[in-house]
Design a protein around this ligand. Structure first.
Ligand code: FMN
Length: 180
């Protein structure tokens, strides 16, 4: 049961953000050899190009996008570890999700069929919970579109680094978020 954590914070490398800190509290319940962590801000993500109504299909990706496709296909549980940016996903995570549209159209890859066997969860932080709702709704709708199981959201109160470490309710919720 491999869990892929996709971290979307754009804080500089080596600067642990609130969202990843909260995700690491949740991940403490899982064996380390069952976890894979990828940091989207450290990866080269080419812009998505919509070929649906021209070529109609996509070649196998290369580079970091191939790493992301392979990791996505290999996991049973996908956890989006993403702060709220403008009520929505950070741009790097949005780019990753846009590429799902390409991955559904790679000859020989049954992306939709594979995704239908996985669970999608969201771990997020923001200034307040209400401002996270559009992003939470987006994540749940993406799961539904690909017939994934929606595993729900873990939200914490973020802000400057370490802010979420004062959110006792979020830390408590993290203990059970990935269990079972
Ligand atoms: C570009 C940008 C946009 C943001 N937009 C929102 C927002 O719409 N609502 C909100 O409550 N907080 C917003 N924030 C604050 C972050 O969600 C918050 O600081 C979060 O805890 C950062 O997560 P991190 O420490 O994991 O990077 C924004 C921050 C940035 C940098």
């Amino acid at each position: 049961m491999k869990t892929l954590f996709l971290v979307a914070s754009t804080r500089e490398a080596g600067h642990l953000g609130n969202t990843e800190w909260l995700a690491r509290q949740a991940a403490a319940t899982l064996p380390t050899d069952q976890q894979q962590w990828l940091h989207l801000a450290q990866m080269q993500l080419p812009a998505f190009v919509d070929l649906r109504h021209t070529a109609g299909q996509y070649p196998m990706p290369t580079g970091d996008m191939k790493t992301l496709l392979d990791a996505t296909l290999a996991c049973s549980n996908l956890v989006l570890v993403a702060p709220v940016y403008w009520y929505s996903f950070p741009a790097n995570l949005k780019t990753y999700l846009d590429h799902w549209s390409a991955w559904m159209r790679i000859p020989g890859v049954d992306f939709k069929g594979a995704m239908a066997k996985k669970t999608l969860r969201l771990i997020t932080t923001s200034g307040d919970r209400a401002k996270a709702q559009p992003m939470i709704d987006s994540a749940e709708l993406c799961a539904k579109f690909l017939s994934m199981t929606w595993g729900g959201v873990l939200w914490g109160k973020g802000g400057p680094p370490k802010a979420v470490e004062s959110d006792a309710a979020a830390i408590d919720a993290a203990k059970n978020f990935l269990a079972g």
